[in-house]
Design a protein around this ligand. Structure first.
Ligand code: 8YV
Length: 316
């Protein structure tokens, strides 16, 4: 009999769908089901694995309602939406999909940085709405050069380092901060506040979760300052979103490029109304290649688990 798995979220490429439906008895659900939903209650007792996304994750309540659960496979590198301590306590395995998305996420961080600094959406709108043809004023869209400026990377893991490597090519000086020591200690700032003070732009690449929640607060935002740019490709939870919005509104922060938000897919109306932000719908890893490789790695982890083989990419 094929093992039963619950597949949460809706980002599965066709080839991954094909593979999992062949190998497992799959129950697809767009969001986390609640105990008491008849369709879920009917299958819950037999579910042995959950395949979920980095943002949907699993909740303690879901874990409690799956008595036969022994693996949670995250289609994503971030495991902040998964209660790791609880799963470890119950002996439930967790896997994620590191490395295969690093380059594409780093490319996207650079794309968002360039689009924000060079005001790409405004310029595009200017052409489309006839502003250029009508010789409408453009002074508010003039950008500052990157070369010679300082890019501060927060979180200098695989993705942070890949972003840094790319930004060096633009003539930016790289500094970084993370709590643990990292490579190139001479580039590491003494504190997050020091990094924000030293940088013209901050690129957030740290993991989400309790340890980093609200780390980018009003003091950090103000230290980055009126000429500063904040780029977030990490998690919405790492930023105090309310403080960010007011700083952008009254010019205490120059601009922001945001791919992630506190309550996705909800984006505060106040952000939508601002011209000094570039907003994207959590798409850092959204290339055919990365998503295919992430899906394949997720499937490989599930297959290995149910075949009693070592997991390719276990977490912890
Ligand atoms: C995905 C992500 O959007 O890897 C992560 O942690 O946030 C993203 O790559 C998501 O997990 C897709 O399933």
């Amino acid at each position: 009999m094929k093992p039963s798995i619950l597949v949460l979220g809706s980002v599965w490429s066709n080839d991954v769908r094909e593979q999992i439906t062949q190998a497992f008895d799959c129950h697809f659900m767009a969001a986390i089901p609640q105990a008491g939903e008849p369709a879920f209650d009917a299958i819950a007792h037999g579910i042995r694995g959950v395949l979920t996304t980095g943002t949907v994750g699993v909740t303690p309540a879901l874990v409690a309602s799956l008595p036969a659960l022994d693996i949670v496979t995250v289609h994503g590198v971030g495991v902040d939406a998964v209660p790791l301590a609880l799963l470890a306590e119950k002996g439930i395995h967790v896997t994620n999909t590191p490395d295969v998305l690093t380059d594409d996420v780093a490319d996207f961080a650079v794309t968002l940085l360039l689009s924000t600094v060079r005001r790409l959406p405004l310029l595009d709108r200017h052409v489309r709405t006839g502003g250029w043809a009508a010789k409408a004023p453009m002074a508010h869209m003039q950008a500052r050069a990157l070369k010679g400026k300082v890019a501060g990377i927060v979180g200098f893991g695989r993705i942070g380092q890949a972003v840094a490597g790319r930004l060096q090519g633009f003539g930016l000086q790289i500094r970084y901060y993370q709590r643990s020591p990292g490579p190139a200690p001479e580039q590491r700032s003494d504190s997050l506040l020091a990094l924000a003070q030293e940088s013209d732009m901050l690129v957030l690449c740290m993991p989400g979760g309790a340890d980093t929640e609200g780390m980018i607060d009003q003091a950090i935002i103000e230290a980055l300052g009126p000429e500063g740019t904040l780029i977030n490709i990490a998690r919405g939870t790492v930023v105090d979103e309310a403080a960010l919005v007011t700083a952008l509104q009254d010019g205490r922060l120059g601009a922001a490029g945001l791919d992630v938000f506190e309550h996705e897919p909800q984006v505060p109306d106040a952000l939508l109304a601002l011209d000094n932000v570039v907003l994207t719908p959590h798409v850092g890893s959204f290339t055919f290649e990365a998503r295919r490789a992430m899906g394949q790695l997720a499937v490989d982890n599930l297959r290995a688990h149910f075949a009693g083989k070592p997991l390719p990419t276990p977490v912890g």
